[in-house]
Design a protein around this ligand. Structure first.
Ligand SMILES: *[C@@H]1O[C@H](CO)[C@@H](O)[C@H](O)[C@H]1NC(C)=O
Ligand SMILES: *[C@@H]1O[C@H](CO)[C@@H](O)[C@H](O)[C@H]1NC(C)=O
Ligand SMILES: *[C@@H]1O[C@H](CO)[C@@H](O)[C@H](O)[C@H]1NC(C)=O
Ligand SMILES: *[C@@H]1O[C@H](CO)[C@@H](O)[C@H](O)[C@H]1NC(C)=O
Ligand SMILES: *[C@@H]1O[C@H](CO)[C@@H](O)[C@H](O)[C@H]1NC(C)=O
Ligand SMILES: *[C@@H]1O[C@H](CO)[C@@H](O)[C@H](O)[C@H]1NC(C)=O
Ligand SMILES: *[C@@H]1O[C@H](CO)[C@@H](O)[C@H](O)[C@H]1NC(C)=O
Ligand SMILES: *[C@@H]1O[C@H](CO)[C@@H](O)[C@H](O)[C@H]1NC(C)=O
Ligand SMILES: *[C@@H]1O[C@H](CO)[C@@H](O)[C@H](O)[C@H]1NC(C)=O
Ligand SMILES: *[C@@H]1O[C@H](CO)[C@@H](O)[C@H](O)[C@H]1NC(C)=O
Ligand SMILES: *[C@@H]1O[C@H](CO)[C@@H](O)[C@H](O)[C@H]1NC(C)=O
Ligand SMILES: *[C@@H]1O[C@H](CO)[C@@H](O)[C@H](O)[C@H]1NC(C)=O
Length: 768
């Protein structure tokens, strides 16, 4: 646990005014004029209770406080120096600086990360920054502007003290599914839909005096995704995100979730509606740390930003990647999923769920997959839900399958492969090959891991029989730095580390040779929390449940990381069509896969662990040599001490290159329109089956909701007039009861992104 997290854990109502000393302190704060002292007093006045939501203060006051923290020039300079070794692992810097023309035109502008870092360093040196926040935000923004969701560093001053928010989430909907969408205040839509409004909701025409669409598009650019329509969707309330709770972007960036939590929204937000009404909301900040003895900006610095942190003596150990999963039972849903109907099967964190539609749609099965993250060892449950649901759907005579990957930021890499292989058991197990940067650190680690692994068998061992052996097999022998773990682009083994490492020069940078996961290798599951992929090993006795033309995938564009690996397999290998939802108020097709397409992220703590383990595996003399190389650059904990609590710094480690291409452009820089675009309607913002029915209609029915592209051409019509079974009739009754039971209160408006409890051990995940 980082000391900062420990402090937060102890925020037990320490501000209750119990004794005279406290009273004097409180008065001092109330008397004081410094903004940070006023924050302190405001919190004390709220008398916050432990375990209850964070206290809040007006956004302006929080901003005045955080910008009153003076810049510590030497500490800022040290931080940048210490970041450099980790940025070397980021795979795309030369592509970002000089991207393909189509990427620049349709996706994002070029950005020079190394140049930007130098500029920040010289601005520190020449004292251009007037305070610590200005520096920290500049640093945060440099990586954010790469729009690579795997590439993130959030300095403490940006993310540890305050998270910003606006007091109302929005949605963007089309009046009839054909007209371009307009933004609305979400509670207005809910109130009107559930009969709680005396007015007709009016669209937002202007925000802070500017055209609302343009203002929102500008705001959306603070998000993590690369695709502009996906970024636009991410501004708004999203039921799929809400269903997986605070480990997602929940109520949208406008309202302060996802990446919106780190951008100062101004003191107020003024909304002008089409009906002429104007409303001004006061923005706020959630206060994430105790402010008991904080009197001004400097004391805030002294309390939270001084390094080294007092108690951190041991190097951080990354989460245990080898933990085998336990129970495989499908528990009853424990996380509420507002807007979702009763499930047939549902993983208890709503990572995956199977549903049937009713009446005219009773031939349709839906697999909703908002996450591939194996939270709390949920990988086995995840696989079991998919397997059981697909079998049940077939047994129940379902003819068509919709896969909904809305809000899916990825997770456990092999779960992405596995879901594809459950749908296409005979399908080729890859659609791309990977590369990572070839530089001194990766070379030395690879040499060491490969050399050491020669002495060990490539087989499973019982941890109870020999713990040491188990640790070496699972953490060294099984990993990508042992050349025996990967296959080459022809699915052959490499003959040596040099054979894997290369390097090959691509776009002005050095990379390893192309590699692939060896899905039949017994040790591969160690890389992925114990996932055995269907179609390999003893999981080969499966038949394809649905023909490709009876499957369609729908996405809100957030699809990132492992979700993009899954999508590449589904589209390129499975031949399945993709539908994109929502998007900007512009005509035309949009992308369905709008998040980072890098195929593996590495936490910086994991990089540090890899480097330090290399020393541990070596003798004194070798260690002395390593200390003269790049591997000697990972001893300091400064980057972790100065990172925002609960937000692991990350790089994109592996790039995916599409099979059949010339392997010169990583998928991250490839634009790919969806096959059809469907707009959100009001109903779809509180009733998820409304989305699925529009998808079913457009893919296999009579009504085409596609505003661009279309599917009807190649797809079979479905038989909507089939005889209803007693199960169908029972479902129809249940769905009506469910719809009647919905009410305004089901839809939480204050569920914010919080990763502090998330242990990500899977590394194909874009953190929100
Ligand atoms: C705060 O102000 C009050 C009223 O001006 C004064 O009586 C008191 O001594 C001050 N307290 C402190 C701790 O400065
Ligand atoms: C400080 O350095 C930055 C980046 O090199 C430069 O743009 C800026 O003009 C410099 N400011 C001063 C006051 O020298
Ligand atoms: C909405 O209306 C229903 C039915 O009239 C009522 O029971 C409920 O309390 C109202 N909810 C709110 C939040 O006003
Ligand atoms: C105008 O629309 C807004 C937003 O839906 C609503 O809050 C307001 O009550 C409406 N005003 C009138 C006069 O109907
Ligand atoms: C939004 O617009 C403002 C004003 O033009 C600009 O300063 C800011 O950089 C823009 N933000 C983004 C994320 O593009
Ligand atoms: C600047 O940071 C260093 C390292 O954390 C610390 O030792 C020093 O006290 C800080 N100086 C100020 C003025 O905050
Ligand atoms: C990792 O998890 C395994 C299986 O639960 C356990 O045996 C092992 O001790 C753990 N290793 C570490 C370093 O925590
Ligand atoms: C456990 O494995 C290690 C590494 O192979 C070996 O050195 C050691 O002798 C083994 N211990 C036992 C009790 O077999
Ligand atoms: C790539 O590696 C080769 C061989 O190590 C080296 O000569 C060359 O300078 C490197 N190129 C780049 C762009 O780093
Ligand atoms: C399949 O193989 C895995 C790994 O060897 C093993 O853990 C599992 O029990 C096997 N399952 C069956 C049904 O044999
Ligand atoms: C494979 O599946 C078929 C049909 O479900 C079953 O009859 C057969 O016993 C299975 N074979 C094995 C080896 O599990
Ligand atoms: C390498 O450098 C680190 C940090 O200076 C030091 O703690 C460690 O003892 C050195 N290791 C060797 C083998 O010299």
């Amino acid at each position: 646990m980082s000391p900062l997290r420990a402090i937060i854990g102890l925020s037990v109502a320490t501000v209750a005014v119990a004794n005279p000393v406290d009273k004097v302190r409180l008065q001092a704060r109330q008397n004081a004029s410094s903004p940070c002292a006023q924050v302190s007093a405001a919190i004390a006045a709220q008398n916050p209770q432990p375990g209850v939501s964070s206290p809040t203060v007006p956004a302006q006051l929080a901003y005045d406080c955080i910008t009153s923290v003076p810049l510590n020039k030497s500490a800022a300079s040290d931080l940048i120096d210490n970041i450099v070794p980790y940025i070397r692992w980021q795979s795309t810097t030369t592509f970002l600086k000089d991207p393909p023309e189509e990427y620049e035109e349709k996706i994002q502008p070029a950005i020079d990360v190394w140049g930007g870092l130098e500029e920040i360093q010289s601005k520190v040196e020449n004292e251009s920054y007037t305070n610590e926040f200005e520096f920290g935000f500049n640093l945060y923004e440099l990586l954010q502007q790469t729009h690579d969701g795997h590439f993130v560093y959030v300095p403490d001053v940006v993310g540890s003290i305050f998270n910003w928010a606006r007091p109302m989430p929005l949605v963007s909907v089309s009046e009839d599914g054909k007209e371009l969408p307009k933004p609305y205040v979400y509670p207005d839509i809910l109130a009107a839909s559930f009969g709680n409004a005396s007015f007709a909701p009016s669209a937002i025409a202007k925000i802070n005096g500017e055209n609302a669409d343009e203002w929102l598009e500008n705001w959306s650019q603070y998000g993590s995704l690369q695709d502009r329509d996906a970024l636009y969707n991410n501004v708004f309330y999203n039921l799929a995100a809400v269903s997986i709770g605070s480990v997602s972007t929940t109520i949208g960036t406008f309202a302060g979730s996802g990446r919106g939590r780190w951008v100062y929204p101004g003191a107020t937000t003024e909304l002008e509606f089409e009906n002429g009404t104007t409303v001004t909301y006061t923005n706020f900040a959630r206060v994430l740390v105790p402010f008991d003895d904080i009197t001004d900006g400097q004391s805030l610095y002294n309390t939270y930003f001084i390094t080294p942190k007092p108690t951190e003596t041991e190097p951080p150990t990354p989460s245990n990647t080898t933990t085998a999963t336990t129970s495989a039972t499908t528990a009853a849903a424990s996380t509420p999923a507002p807007g979702y109907p009763p499930p047939v099967y549902r993983e208890s964190h709503n990572l995956i769920g199977g549903y049937y539609l009713e009446d005219d749609y009773s031939d349709i099965a839906v697999l909703s997959v908002p996450s591939f993250v194996g939270i709390d060892g949920a990988q086995a449950d995840f696989q079991a839900v998919a397997q059981n649901f697909l079998a049940a759907a077939k047994a129940a005579g379902k003819k068509k399958l919709i896969v909904d990957v809305s809000a899916n930021g990825g997770g456990t890499i092999l779960l992405g492969y596995d879901l594809y292989k459950q749908l296409f058991p005979e399908g080729i197990g890859h659609a791309a090959a990977d590369r990572f940067r070839a530089h001194e650190s990766t070379d030395l680690i690879g040499q060491k891991y490969s050399e050491l692994s020669a002495d060990y068998p490539r087989q499973l061992v019982d941890p109870a029989a020999n713990e040491t052996l188990y640790e070496i097999i699972s953490n060294v022998v099984a990993y990508v730095f042992n050349y025996r773990s990967s296959l080459d682009v022809n699915d052959e083994n490499f003959s040596s580390w040099e054979d894997e490492y290369g390097p090959v020069e691509v776009h002005g940078d050095n990379f390893t040779n192309l590699i692939r996961w060896n899905l039949s290798d017994v040790l591969t599951p160690f890389n992925s929390g114990g996932v055995y992929v269907h179609g390999y090993g003893n999981l080969t006795n499966f038949t394809q449940p649905f023909a490709a033309e009876d499957i369609v995938v729908v996405s809100d564009g957030y699809c990132a990381s492992t979700c993009t690996i899954f999508s590449e397999l589904m589209r390129q290998r499975g031949g399945v069509k993709y539908i994109s939802l929502g998007g900007r108020a512009e005509e035309g097709i949009t992308q369905a896969v709008g998040g980072v397409k890098g195929t593996n992220n590495f936490g910086w703590d994991y990089i540090q662990y890899l480097a330090q383990l290399t020393f541990l595996l070596s003798d004194e003399e070798e260690g002395e040599f390593y200390n003269t190389t790049e591997l000697g650059d990972y001893w300091s904990n400064l980057v972790f001490d100065r990172a925002a609590t609960g937000v692991t710094p990350n790089v994109n480690f592996r790039d995916g290159y599409r099979d059949g291409s010339d392997y010169q452009t990583p998928l991250q820089f490839v634009y790919e329109p969806a096959d059809c675009r469907i707009l959100y309607t009001k109903e779809m913002t509180y009733d998820v089956p409304a989305i699925w029915k529009a998808v079913a209609d457009s893919a296999w029915g009579e009504t085409d909701w596609c505003v661009a592209g279309g599917l009807n051409g190649g797809y079979n019509k479905r038989d909507s007039k089939r005889e209803m079974t007693w199960q169908d009739k029972a479902l129809s009754k249940r769905m009506k009861e469910w719809k009647r039971s919905l009410s305004v209160g089901d839809y939480p408006l204050d569920i914010y992104t919080d990763l502090s409890k998330l242990e990500i051990n899977a590394r194909g995940f874009m953190a929100p």
